[in-house]
Write a protein that binds this ligand. Structure first.
Ligand code: NDP
Length: 323
């Protein structure tokens, strides 16, 4: 038997229950994995609330690190005992053991411990593709990063700063502002009430070529107003709720803007892309350019408390669940 957090219906954190379930067996091209650590991500909240749909009952969770217990037929490059990590669908990470397709796993370098790995795979690979593919940031540019003290946010601040980019972080409290500034942001804006005028002041009127907006409904319109002509609006999350439909004429009127709603799944769809993105992340972490900050850990059984803290904006950096 294995232990897993399962949901039988969608709703608040209380729908999660810690249960005994039969240990799954790996099929062809699959691996049975024992989790040493599991990553908490905002997408877990979307699945729990039903904003993203999954057949029920479901074990949510998209990220973990651990040890291979058994491999199915045709798996040639992994064997029991190997240290591995992953991020992305299908859901099923909130469990002591799970089965996963072998081609979604990457081998974990010795220098990276399981807790760090579980904290960084999803948020770190997201930061990687946002900075290197969605919009290729260049040394000397100024960029706007929402939820700058959050999981993805703190990684974006550090990585972009390491690349010589001037990060303007948006946060909700003075304490989070301090954290963003200590992690590479050059400027921190508390609250998004006068966002465009603050960005205009900081950039001396130039505005920014890219906005990384994970907040969604509450900040989308203000974010568009922060872009320079031909700028890129990367709307990659909806922590405050979904962005309402957009009239594309607005993009023209505000300066021929680009708008994308990127997701990690598209950027790591092939094995080669997954390897390239994860290798780049491992290098950033091992070199010290990016320090993964696990600022909260919870027992897997207490996943509900972790969700409550995340939704109440009480977390900073990354959060890990320990089985
Ligand atoms: P965070 O650690 O960033 O937590 C969410 C943060 O969002 C909060 O701490 C808070 O920061 C901010 N926020 C603003 N408004 C709200 C609100 N109404 N309710 C809750 N939080 C709010 O989470 P993650 O790093 O896990 O994820 C960040 C975002 O990135 C999520 O929206 C997630 O869905 C998205 N994401 C997208 C991916 C993709 O590929 N598209 C991949 C990974 C994450 P503050 O208090 O400073 O405002």
């Amino acid at each position: 038997m294995t232990r897993a957090i399962r949901i039988h219906g969608v709703g608040g954190p209380e729908v999660m229950s810690f249960e005994q379930v039969p240990t799954p067996q790996p099929g062809p091209n699959e691996v049975l994995l024992h989790h040493e650590a599991i990553g908490l991500n905002y997408i877990d909240v979307y699945f729990r609330t039903g904003f993203y749909k999954a057949p029920l009952p479901a074990t949510i969770g998209m990220e973990g690190a651990g040890v291979v217990l058994a491999v199915g037929e045709h798996v040639t490059d992994l064997r029991p005992g190997q240290r591995v990590a992953y991020a992305g669908g299908p859901i099923g990470a909130y469990a002591t053991e799970r089965v996963i397709s072998a081609d979604r796993l990457v081998k974990l370098p010795e220098a990276i411990d399981f807790t760090t790995a579980a904290a960084m795979m999803l948020q770190g690979m997201t930061a990687q593709y946002l900075l290197h593919r969605t919009y290729r940031v260049q040394k000397g540019q100024s960029i706007l990063v929402h939820a700058a003290a959050g999981g993805v946010g703190l990684i974006l601040c550090q990585w972009a700063s390491h690349m010589g980019v001037n990060v303007i972080g948006v946060v909700s409290t003075a304490q989070k502002a301090e954290l963003a500034l200590a992690n590479g942001a050059q400027h921190a804006i508390i609250s998004h009430a006068n966002l465009a005028s603050e960005v205009r002041r900081i950039t001396h009127g130039a505005m920014v070529p890219v906005v990384y907006d994970s907040v969604g409904r509450d900040t989308f319109a203000a974010s568009l107003d922060c872009l320079a002509p031909l700028g890129m609006m990367a709307s990659y999350g909806s922590a405050s709720g979904p962005v309402p439909p957009v009239d594309i004429a607005t993009l023209g009127a505000k300066g021929s803007l680009f708008l994308t709603r990127p997701s990690l799944a598209s950027y790591t769809a092939s094995r080669e892309e997954l390897r390239a993105v994860s290798d780049d992340l491992f290098e950033a972490v091992i070199s010290g350019a990016v320090k993964i900050q696990v600022n909260q850990t919870y027992a897997l059984a207490d996943a509900a408390a972790a969700h409550i803290a995340l939704e109440a904006r009480r977390t900073t950096g990354s959060t890990v669940l320990l089985p």
